[in-house]
Structure formats: structure tokens, C-alpha cells
Design a protein around this ligand. Structure first.
Ligand SMILES: *Cc1c(COP(=O)(O)O)cnc(C)c1O
Length: 361
């Protein structure tokens, strides 16, 4: 098999060790004679897979006991609707920090169910930074404050956790969860789609502080109520069993490789390789994001001469550096370098960038 480096923003690269284990166990999981895909979600085998996945995630993130870990479906985006339905009433105000595409999606959905206050927005500079927290115009009795810790398309990442100030803090961590240690106890809810840094698409994760449960409006659909999943161990109905199984293997891979503190150091080193290549290119490449908010996970960059974009991408592909085309809304390139991207992938891309700039610059 050709060695490739896959820079997709999501669904994204998974650890090759994990994929090999999936392959080895695909037809016969641990001598059961069954594939995980064929097992009853109520059987002891899948019960073990689910409880280990939860226990391993709790260990990795040091999740306190008063938080529920929920495995859901519908992606991160269904939670854009679930959050206001669970945690706000029609006349309550939800505070949002608006830092780009995914913030915008969460805001649009919340507006359908409650009042929305944008505490700060970086739209004035094309969503290239995180507005200084001291400038935020907050609602003292907001139902919650929502932010996106890493804007996957813009490549803008928070480098700190905002103050809660007595308001529940809710965070969309879809594209940087598990990339560094975080203090879960500062949040009311953390949620993420799986397909960036957790596992295959089809699973979504939510970590919910117990005191948040039971606040939902009465007309909420049963399957959009976090309490339904909390009360039934994520098994009110059939969960995405195969995706949970693969996510569980990713958690084990992370634990085996030193956990999130080690992952953070690796991610810093990986991101530095690419940002250095951009910064050392004398303007041939450009990253529009403010220095303090440069993402460690998604690195957008443009070529000074966008006429060269096609040639850059073709050359990258010839070197097995895949899926580097930027999001259609911003153009240029984007290198997504989640946990499963090895340092060698970033080095190979940086080497190619240097070479391309030398021949074309
Ligand atoms: C990908 C992504 C989403 C959307 O996730 P789906 O699982 O496709 O619904 C939401 N927020 C962020 C930050 C993302 O990166």
C-alpha cells in the first residue's frame, strides 16, 4: 500500500494502528465469531465495548464523576438544535462568541428557539481572530455562553477557556477535542462530532454536567433530550455501535501513547513545522489568522499567486500529500493535522512547500 499523508478536515485520518486492529478483528471480535457490526447492542460483548470506551475517555480527559458521557448521533450539528431545546426557554437569552463558520451555524439554530446575544464577533476581520475577552458584552443571566474552541474552516483556535461568571459554559470542541488536556470542570457541556479527532463519522459525543439535565422544554423530541441518553447509558435506542467501537480503539491508542499531555506536545511540534514553512516563505505563502489564535489542528494558507493553486495541489498529490484544498468558502489550502497525523506528514508537506516556493517564487 502506498504511504500517503491525508490532510482532510473531516472525516479525517485515523491512526493506522487502529485501522489495522479493526481489520484484524473485523470478522471475529475477540473470539466471539461475530463482527462488531453484527452484535446486539444489548449483548455483553457490545456492553463491554461501550463501557471501556467511556472509561477510557474519562481517564484521558479526567472527566469528573458529576458529568455524563453520552454517545449520540446526528453529528455536532444536531446539537446546535439540542442545546437551546435542552438548556434554554423561548424567552431566555443565549450568549454566543462569533468566531466563524461553526459559531454561525450554532447561532442560526439557537435563534429559532430563544433569544440570542452575540457577545463579540470577529467578522470585522473576516473571522481571523478571537475577540479579547475583556470586550465581550455578556448577559448576566444568560441561559448559557456558547463558543467554538477551534473554528475548523478559519483555523482560529481559543488559547484559553473563557470565564463562566456564573453562566453555564458550552463549547463545540469538534475539531480540537483530545488534542490537549483541558479542565472539564470549567464547562457545563462539551460536545463534538467524532470525525475529526475521535473516530469515524456517525458518532457524536457530549459531556454533560449532571445539574444541566432536566432543564429541557416540555415539547422537546425524546431523542433530542440529553436526559434520555443520560438515563439510558446512551442506549435508549440503537447507538452507532461500530463507530463507538472504533472511537474506543482510538481512546486506547491515545492512552498507550502517553495521553493528552504528550499529544499536546506532539501537536505543537507538528503545527510549528507548517507555520514555520509559511512564515519563512517571504510572503509566498500566507496564513490569515492572528498569531495568538493560530490553530494547532487546521492550518489554512494561501499562495500569493492563486493562479498557482491548481499546480500546488497537483504536485502535492503526486507526493501523496492528500486533501489539501481549502474550504470552498475561503479558497487556498488547508492542512488539517489532527492527532493521527504523524510529524513526518507535516515534515513532508513543509519540504514540498519549500521546494514549490523555490521553483515558482
Ligand atoms: C465539523 C464540525 C461541525 C459539524 O459536524 P457534523 O458532525 O458534520 O454535524 C461542527 N462544529 C465544528 C467545530 C466542526 O468542525
Amino acid at each position: 500500500m502506498t504511504q500517503v499523508f491525508n490532510f482532510s478536515a473531516g472525516p479525517a485520518v485515523l491512526p493506522s494502528e487502529v485501522l489495522r486492529q479493526v481489520q484484524a478483528e473485523l470478522l471475529d471480535w475477540h473470539g466471539s465469531g461475530m463482527s462488531v457490526m453484527e452484535m446486539s447492542h444489548r449483548g455483553i460483548e457490545f456492553g463491554q465495548i461501550l463501557s471501556e470506551a467511556e472509561a477510557d475517555l474519562r481517564a484521558l480527559m479526567a472527566i469528573p464523576d458529576n458529568y455524563k458521557v453520552l454517545f449520540l448521533q446526528g453529528g455536532a450539528m444536531l446539537q446546535f438544535s439540542m442545546l437551546p431545546l435542552n438548556f434554554a426557554q423561548t424567552d431566555s437569552t443565549i450568549d454566543f462568541v462569533h468566531t466563524g463558520h461553526w459559531s454561525k451555524g450554532a447561532i442560526a439554530e439557537a435563534k429559532r428557539y430563544a433569544k440570542v446575544n452575540i457577545v463579540a464577533s470577529s467578522e470585522d476581520k473576516n473571522f481571523s481572530y478571537v475577540p479579547e475577552e475583556s470586550t465581550w458584552q455578556r448577559t448576566p443571566d444568560a441561559a448559557y455562553l456558547h463558543y467554538c474552541s477551534n473554528e475548523t474552516i478559519g483555523g482560529v483556535e481559543f488559547n484559553h477557556i473563557p470565564q463562566s461568571d456564573g453562566v453555564p459554559l458550552i463549547c463545540d470542541m469538534s475539531s480540537n477535542i483530545l488534542s490537549r488536556p483541558i479542565d472539564v470542570s470549567q464547562f457545563a457541556v462539551i460536545y463534538a462530532g467524532a470525525q475529526k479527532n475521535i473516530g469515524p463519522s456517525g458518532v457524536a459525543l457530549s459531556i454533560v454536567r449532571e445539574d444541566m439535565l432536566g432543564k429541557a422544554r416540555s415539547d422537546i423530541p425524546t431523542l433530542m433530550n440529553y436526559k434520555t441518553f443520560a438515563d439510558n447509558g446512551s442506549m435508549y435506542n440503537t447507538p452507532p455501535t461500530f463507530g463507538i467501537y472504533v472511537a474506543g480503539l482510538v481512546f486506547k491508542w491515545l492512552l498507550k501513547n502517553g495521553g493528552l499531555a504528550v499529544m499536546e506536545q506532539k501537536n505543537i511540534a507538528k503545527a510549528n513545522v507548517l507555520y514555520s514553512a509559511i512564515d519563512a516563505s517571504n510572503g509566498f505563502y500566507h496564513c490569515p489568522v492572528a498569531l495568538a489564535n493560530r490553530s494547532r489542528m487546521n492550518i489554512p494558507f494561501t499562495l500569493a499567486d492563486s493562479n498557482l493553486d491548481k499546480e500546488f495541489l497537483a504536485g502535492a498529490e503526486a507526493r501523496h500529500l492528500l486533501q489539501l484544498k481549502g474550504h470552498r468558502s475561503v479558497g487556498g489550502m488547508r492542512a488539517s493535522i489532527y492527532n493521527a497525523m504523524p510529524l513526518e506528514g507535516c515534515q513532508a508537506l513543509a519540504a514540498y512547500m519549500n521546494e514549490f516556493a523555490k521553483t515558482k517564487g
